[in-house]
Design a protein around this ligand. Structure first.
Ligand code: NZQ
Ligand code: ZN
Length: 386
């Protein structure tokens, strides 16, 4: 196992009715900005629960954060923060709302400290931020793990970029599985697939004898397969929602990623697909990941065998296990009703050059756990995904 330092300061309140814990987390004298998306929280009762919990606070709201959140929208929140002297943010929504809140929290102080320099530099130049406004989250879509990590992905024009800082962990997150009952099948599937691919990005690399991380990862994958296979046919089952919700948090709160090599090539290629073609984040992953397994089969051989044996209970020769493991993964994605090839989303060979040009522009030229996925290998992956 590799050396590591593990740090995760986010306090989690999990379960039905936990929204009221907001009161024990946000200081009574805080001036709070509630940040949310396009309005799902107004139709599923979450907005009412949050506003009644905040009844004794001085609070304001900022809405309209879109899926794959846009820099331009987030920047508008800075005026509200300044105007109302906001000193605490509360994100209520899915990964996009939480990611945008992280950016807003960082940008608000960055602009103050850097004489109005553009906070987009934090993403393009990977600047280390020195501080951010404190914030908490009420998660309504289990998928990204953003509720319990420091990362954020923002989009400006057709550039979808990542930043993360020790200052952008949520102070607390409320995970009430009841809030997820209003999700569409598409968003439920997306969440399961995103959490699944987060897990394999940190697991399906090469062995370093990290037994806890491996077995935790395998547990998350098996839970997602088990619950994912039922969730679309058992719409109101709160137990299933609870297990999916906790799996998604555990998949990307840092725990399974410590001390092990990490891949993330599927995500980096996927981000370009979203930026160029507007494909949902998780759906880019279900397209790219099967091709990554196939093209990196040799480098991932030992972990592919372990994955086949332990996650899918496969037996046979090593090559049979790998073939079946890849097939089983694709079948699982298909039962989750997500695309598994570029042709499923009406993209073809003629679209590949533009994706590669974006990877080059964003310096995504040495991806994967061995940093050996250059643009030539990315082309092979995309061709395999056709
Ligand atoms: O905007 P509203 O009206 O709230 O509707 C949202 C949105 O349209 C809706 N929704 C959310 N909760 C709902 C609900 N609808 C009904 N009932 C509910 N309870 O779902 C739609 C999608 O929401 P979004 O937040 O965009 O989805 P998700 O959580 O999948 O987040 C995706 C974003 O997170 C980034 C992705 O790139 C993408 O931009 N990621 C962030 C990561 C991180 N911070 O660690 C890691 C991930 O790999 C990912 O890159
Ligand atoms: Zn993801």
């Amino acid at each position: 196992m590799n050396n590591f330092t593990f740090y995760n300061p986010t306090r989690i309140h999990f379960g039905v009715g936990q929204i009221e814990k907001i009161k024990s987390e946000i200081p009574a004298n805080a001036r709070v900005l509630v940040i949310y998306g396009g309005g799902s929280i107004k139709s599923n009762g979450v907005y009412e629960q949050v506003s009644s919990t905040l009844a004794e606070y001085k609070w304001f709201e900022f809405s309209g954060i879109e899926p794959n959140p846009l820099y331009d929208t987030a920047m508008k929140a800075l005026d509200v923060i300044k105007h109302h002297n906001i000193d605490y943010l509360l994100a209520v929504g899915g990964g996009s709302v939480i990611d945008a809140t992280k950016f807003i929290a960082a940008a608000a102080l960055f602009v103050e400290e850097n004489h109005n320099n553009d906070p987009w530099d934090i993403l393009t130049q990977q600047l280390k931020i020195k501080a951010a406004l404190p914030f908490g989250t009420v998660l309504t879509l289990p998928a990204t793990g953003s509720e319990s990590n420091s990362g954020s992905v923002m989009t400006r024009d057709d550039n979808k970029l990542f930043f993360g800082s020790v200052h952008t962990y949520p102070q607390f997150s409320i995970l009430d599985p009841q809030t997820t009952l209003s999700l569409s099948n598409r968003q439920i599937s997306n969440g399961v697939i995103d959490a699944f691919v987060h897990t394999v990005e940190q697991y399906l690399t090469y062995p370093v004898n990290a037994k806890i991380q491996d077995r935790f990862a395998e547990g998350i994958l098996q839970t997602l397969i088990e619950e994912g296979s039922c969730v679309l046919n058992d719409q109101n089952n709160l137990e299933i929602r609870a297990n999916i919700m906790w799996s998604a948090t555990m998949a990307l709160n840092g725990l399974i990623g410590v001390g092990v090599p990490q891949d993330w090539a599927t995500h980096m290629i996927g981000h370009e697909l979203t930026a160029l073609h507007g494909i949902d984040h998780a759906r880019t992953l279900s397209i790219v990941f099967p091709a990554v397994m196939k093209i990196k089969r040799k480098q991932k051989r030992e972990k592919l065998i372990q994955y086949g044996q332990r996650v899918w209970n496969l037996c046979g020769t090593d090559d049979e296990i790998i073939n079946q493991a890849i097939d089983k993964t694709v079948e699982f994605f298909q039962t989750m009703q997500v695309p598994t090839s570029l042709s499923d989303v009406n993209l073809g060979a003629s679209d590949i050059d533009a994706i590669l040009a974006k990877l080059k522009q964003h310096q995504m030229i040495a991806l994967g756990e061995h940093r050996d996925i250059d643009l030539v290998v990315s082309r092979e992956i995309l061709e395999k995904a056709l």
